[in-house]
Design a protein around this ligand. Structure first.
Ligand code: SF4
Length: 254
């Protein structure tokens, strides 16, 4: 099983990257679960035709009893991808990180992985805060590999650095390692040089290089990933090739 956590600054395009990767793995015939771990709960939007999924935290707030079946807190999207959103606390109250941990515990108790037997699990995680809660996917053995999404923008690289440091801090007791960087191009001046220098200084590989593409926005307007919209497009092929590489490397030590 390939277990990937995709971290990045809010607004950097993590959910676009994650849902397109999920769609690409599904296109390659893999059984995929995508778990959005961002209080915004819109990670899986483009796998579900633009419809928001009820987050697990909302379910737990609104029902007296825990769900009895995975179907109550998930939906199947494009290519059979099983979509789940952790969601967050009531705005202004509570701890989003604890919500992630509570959701993971619940999914484990419900036997999600044994029941569904996925080939690929993708966690889409906000990287602005790398507190204990948001680090749950890398701390508790849920994800084995971390991909950091960044552009050449200063704040995106700042968040990327924090994420890399957090994974290293947990290195002795964590199963997760940073697999590398996905450069999500914003076309800022000197972008490639900046991201290459950042990666080289930290001994990280750039595993994905995603060009800016109007096709991404065009299909997102329709609630679709580009892979679903038209897998033949050059931008879709970039995601499909990245998925192929990640799958091929899945058992290679980082
Ligand atoms: S920073 Fe982390 S631990 Fe603190 S309240 Fe927010 S989510 Fe919870």
């Amino acid at each position: 099983m390939l277990k990937l956590a995709i971290y990045g600054k809010g607004g950097i395009g993590k959910s676009t990257m994650t849902s397109n990767l999920a769609a690409a793995f599904a296109y390659l015939g893999k059984k995929v679960i995508q778990i959005g771990c961002d209080p915004k709960a819109d990670s899986t939007l483009n796998l579900l035709g633009g419809e928001l999924l009820e987050p697990v935290m909302n379910y737990l707030r609104e029902h007296d009893d825990d769900p009895q079946a995975i179907e109550e807190i998930s939906r199947v999207g494009y290519g059979g991808v099983l979509c789940i959103e952790t969601g967050g606390p009531t705005p202004g109250l509570g701890c989003a990180g604890r919500g992630i941990i509570a959701t993971f515990d619940l999914l484990e108790d419900m036997g999600l992985f044994e029941q569904y037997e996925p080939d690929v699990v993708l966690y889409d995680v906000l990287g602005d805060v790398v507190c204990g809660g948001f680090a749950a996917p890398i701390r508790e053995g849920y994800a084995a590999q971390v991909l950091i999404v960044t552009s050449g923008e200063k704040m995106a690289l700042y968040a990327a650095n924090n994420i890399n440091t957090a994974v290293k801090n947990f290195a002795d007791r964590s199963y997760a390692k940073v697999k590398g960087i996905i450069l999500n191009r914003r076309n800022v001046p000197g972008e490639e040089e900046k991201v290459r220098a950042f990666a080289a200084e930290r001994g990280l590989a750039i595993v994905g290089d995603i060009p800016r593409s109007d096709d991404i926005n065009r299909f997102e307007e329709e609630g679709k990933t580009v892979v679903e919209g038209n897998p033949e497009l050059p931008i879709s092929q970039v995601f499909i090739q990245l998925a192929q590489t990640l799958w091929k490397d899945k058992d290679t030590a980082i």
